[in-house]
Design a binder for this molecule. Structure first.
Ligand SMILES: Cc1ncc(COP(=O)(O)O)c(C=O)c1O
Length: 405
């Protein structure tokens, strides 16, 4: 019989299953076996999609908006996205420069498939959303890790960027605020990166701004494209409705950028899915055009939870946390726990071991830093109820005290 590994292309053999999905599946399985598990692994808002957005989808379906739409998205949604970019980011895009797909993930996949030749390099700022690496591998590119150290707020420095660019570099991927570390860049920091890119006219910049609205401490979000107007012809700004509007299941992500890039991406989409779901596009149009009250409410909830997690982690010996400036995660350092022994004598050698210990012994699902290409850390998601976060942290604190030197 043919084995699955033989069926997979060489490219797909390199692609790993998403670590947070694997953690959540294990958590679900343990729950099904009757174990008490708190899932702080998954990265999706715990809120429901606001009712006015659901109503817009309902009305669209009743009005017969149930057919294929234009490949890069409906005129209404592309206009709403262009309006959003102007309103929130002072960016001027015509609707023709906008592309809509089935989630930001598919936007990024389309961009990579559209532009990478075998061996082209894509620079990734570790710790990074693991899907970036796997997307690049899936389309035959070569992901290159750029360590962004905790001492630099997990931000990419101009020196690191400069030393990593080669004549094979095709893209730099930035994520602001970042998953998993919550790194936020100010205008000057972006401009300093822009100066390096100015020296390399063939390098493209993808700025994933899906956590744009989840930013704390009254910081002003700055889009890469608005900080770097001179690079406008090679920046792809990616965003989506999943995180800001609690719409992960609707699968709408979007981007805007240079027309010729958008055209090739549309060619990709024509073969992959023809277009995104018509009803979900109507919902996303309402999300962007309608009341933004819930965006603020969600942000406030995530900030309250961030503050709570920061104060609790301070009291747990062996764990450290640089205050995240945005997004809904805490990237918790666990170096001091490596080498310790669990009550049944196993040595915690890696963050993967620690995450496994916390899942099986404390009943709390977290994702190991190895999934984000920077160890030793564990990522905890605050996209869960205040009660679950409190209980999860109590259980983590109790489990950590059981570790022996
Ligand atoms: C940084 C980042 N980009 C993109 C996505 C995917 O978003 P979407 O649901 O729009 O595919 C995620 C989801 O976790 C993410 O963390």
């Amino acid at each position: 019989m043919t084995s699955v590994s033989n069926m997979a292309s060489e490219r797909m053999q390199q692609v790993k299953p998403s670590a947070s999905v694997v953690v959540s599946q294990t958590a679900r399985q343990l729950k099904a076996e009757g174990k008490d598990i708190i899932d702080l692994g998954i990265g999706e808002p715990d809120f429901n999609t606001p009712a006015h957005i659901i109503e817009a989808a309902h009305q669209a379906a009743l009005a017969g908006k149930t057919r294929y739409t234009a490949m890069a998205g409906t005129t209404e949604l592309k206009q709403a996205i262009a309006d959003k970019f102007l309103r929130d980011n002072t960016l001027n895009f015509s609707p023709d420069q906008v592309f809509v797909s089935n989630g930001a993930k598919q936007v990024i996949f389309s961009a990579m498939l559209a532009t990478l030749n075998p061996g082209d390099e894509v620079l990734l700022c570790a710790p990074y959303f693991g899907c970036y690496r796997d997307t690049v591998l899936a389309v035959g590119g070569n992901p290159v890790t750029l360590p962004c150290h905790e001492r630099d707020g997990f931000r990419l420095t101009p020196e690191t960027l400069r030393s990593a660019i080669t004549d094979k570099t095709r893209w730099v991927l930035l994520n602001l605020p970042s998953n998993p570390a919550g790194a936020v860049y100010d205008e000057l920091q972006l401009q300093q990166l822009g100066e390096v890119l100015q020296e390399h006219p063939d390098v493209l910049l993808l700025s994933d701004e899906i956590y744009e609205h989840i930013i704390f401490d009254d910081q002003q979000f700055i889009s890469s494209a608005s900080a770097l107007p001179r690079l406008a012809d090679r920046i792809l700004t990616v965003n989506g409705v999943s995180k800001a509007y609690a719409m992960t299941g609707w699968r709408i992500g979007y981007c805007a950028g240079p027309q010729d890039l958008i055209d090739v991406m549309t060619k990709v989409q024509a073969q992959v899915s023809s277009a995104p779901c018509s009803i979900a596009q109507a919902a996303a149009t309402e999300a962007l055009n309608g009341s933004q009250v819930t965006v603020t409410e969600f942000r406030e909830a995530f900030e309250r939870r961030r503050d709570f997690v920061v104060s609790e982690i301070e009291n747990i010996d062996g764990l450290t946390l640089t205050k995240p400036g945005g997004a809904f995660y805490a990237y918790i350092g666990c170096n001091a726990l490596l080498g310790k022994k669990t009550p049944d004598g196993k040595v915690i050698e890696t963050d993967t071991d620690l995450a496994a210990f916390l899942l099986h012994e404390a009943g709390v699902a977290t994702v190991p830093g190895s999934a984000y290409d920077m160890s030793p850390f564990i990522r905890l998601s605050t996209a869960n109820s205040d009660e679950n976060i409190k209980l999860g942290l109590e259980k983590i604190a109790a489990a950590v005290t059981e570790l022996q030197t």
